[in-house]
Ligand binder design. Structure first.
Ligand code: FAD
Length: 427
């Protein structure tokens, strides 16, 4: 019987545990600080009050209730010992295993931008997303009570980063700011509200084609997003952002989608770290020199074979988790490990209602607009269903995208509403 310790219940950790749940020769312990799996790609919809936390949060106990060989633990892993194959939790408990699987994900990389770690809000967890939502709604409430605050930047929202996270967040912010809030605060001068996207690069969604760049830029502008491209964020303060060209933007909400690096637990682990602090792995997903330690998903640099590494994507994390489990089973059976083979299904990003870009399959068949939007809905509905979601998110989307576009429930628009005690505890 092999004791498998999995750190992190993201796409990678859950996929690994799910595959091992059918393996009688493995005893699995999956540890996450939250006690639930959060569906990261939809965090921006929590932040912009499109979905409720319960729509993207999946309790680990429920997920593995029917699998006697999977134990779930809620706790912060503060240290790992790759030689002993053990982890230490914040309460000083040490858990020993025979195989260690690291799926601890990422954290924001502020690139030493002064003030960014203190005064911006990243989007990596449900707690982060709820902070953004809370701040957004409070700023509207305050501006409605004191309209002069608008001149002070109360309704100017800045998003840093023109990758998928920044673009999706900016598009969704523009919709709530310009389409939803005028109904909630009809007397507020919302014409003074702004969503500004800043990126050092000269376009957005650089991982996509030139056609997609142009489409995304047009769609964002059409939705009222102001683009400041080719300029860096020099400094962030509680009430403004200073750009590299000296421009000062008054704001009280800056969302950071400006880059990421390996989760803190990778640092000080003694494991080899490469680009972004991520743990370098061999083609079979084990760490060089540590054959009993796997690193997967966003915390790992997974080699492709041509000297590059795979991008930080949900599909990479999920497939690497499943593959690592296969290799663990291969070791138990004595058939050995296989090099990871990633099935590239493509990439997509939503810009707003009925507007998305998608590049489908390894040959990157391009779709923009309504077809890409429909593909986005289908793919995310399927992914959520696989995670164990009920129908709620789909009903919210249909309502929001097709039936009552400018409507949000009172629960979603209440800054103090957090629908589960566990999130309040961890926030
Ligand atoms: C806002 C946003 C939007 C995205 N959109 C897309 C998209 O549209 N499509 C796509 O393919 N990808 C998208 N991604 C990327 C995708 O979400 C990630 O690639 C994927 O979540 C990585 O999975 P993972 O399992 O490696 O890590 P994660 O999903 O980050 O999971 C890591 C888990 O580890 C836990 N953890 C970390 N450290 C510790 C510790 N010390 N102790 C205990 N627990 C710990 C965390 O709580 C977390 O549950 C998006 C990411 C973000 C942030």
């Amino acid at each position: 019987m092999a004791r498998v310790l999995i750190v992190g219940a993201g796409f990678a950790g859950v996929a690994c545990a799910r595959r091992l749940a059918d393996e009688p020769r493995a005893q699995v312990t999956i540890i996450d600080r939250n006690g639930f799996h959060q569906f990261q790609p939809l965090l921006y919809q929590i932040a912009t009050a499109e979905l409720a936390p319960r729509d993207i949060r999946f309790d680990l106990d429920e997920m593995f209730a029917r699998h006697a060989n999977v134990e779930t633990r809620t706790g912060e892993v503060v240290a790992i010992d790759p030689n002993r194959v053990s982890v230490t939790l914040a309460d000083d408990t040490t858990i020993d295993g025979d195989v260690l699987v690291l799926g601890a994900g990422a954290q924001p990389n502020f690139f030493h931008t002064p003030g960014a770690d203190q005064f911006t809000l990243p989007l990596y967890s449900l707690a982060d997303a709820l902070r953004v939502r809370g701040r957004l709604l409070e700023l509207f409430r305050d501006a409605a009570a004191k309209p002069e605050l608008v001149d002070d930047g109360a309704l100017t929202f800045v998003v840093v980063g023109g990758g998928p996270t920044g673009v999706e967040t900016a598009g969704a912010l523009a919709e709530i700011v310009h389409d939803v809030m005028p109904h909630v605060y009809p007397h507020l001068a919302i014409a003074g509200a702004k969503v500004i996207l800043v990126d050092l690069g000269h376009t957005v969604l650089t991982a996509f084609s030139d056609e997609a760049h142009g489409y995304a830029v047009r769609q964002l502008r059409r939705r009222g997003v102001e683009l400041r491209l080719g300029v860096s964020v020099k400094e962030v303060a509680p009430d403004h952002v200073t750009l590299g060209d000296g421009t000062e933007i008054k704001t009280h909400l800056v969302v950071w989608g400006g880059g990421q690096m390996a989760a803190p637990v990778a640092f000080g682990s003694g494991l080899p770290q490469g680009h972004g602090g991520r743990i370098d792995v061999r083609p079979d997903l084990t760490v060089p020199g540590f054959p009993k330690v796997y690193a997967l998903g966003d915390v790992a640099n997974i080699p492709v074979g041509d000297g590059t590494v795979l991008p930080q994507l949900g599909s990479v994390a999920q497939q690497s988790g499943d593959w690592a489990a296969g290799n663990i089973i291969g070791d138990l059976e004595g058939t050995g490990r296989q090099p990871f083979h990633y099935k590239d299904k493509g990439i997509m990003a939503m810009i707003g209602r009925k507007a998305a870009v998608a590049e489908i399959g390894p040959h990157r068949h391009e779709l923009n607009g309504r077809f890409a939007f429909a593909a986005w809905l289908g793919v995310h509905a399927q992914l959520l269903a696989n995670a164990g979601a009920e129908l709620r998110a789909f009903v919210s989307w249909l309502d929001d995208f097709y039936v009552r576009p400018a409507h949000r429930s009172a629960e979603l628009l209440d800054p103090s509403t957090i629908d589960e005690p566990r999130i309040r505890k961890n926030a």
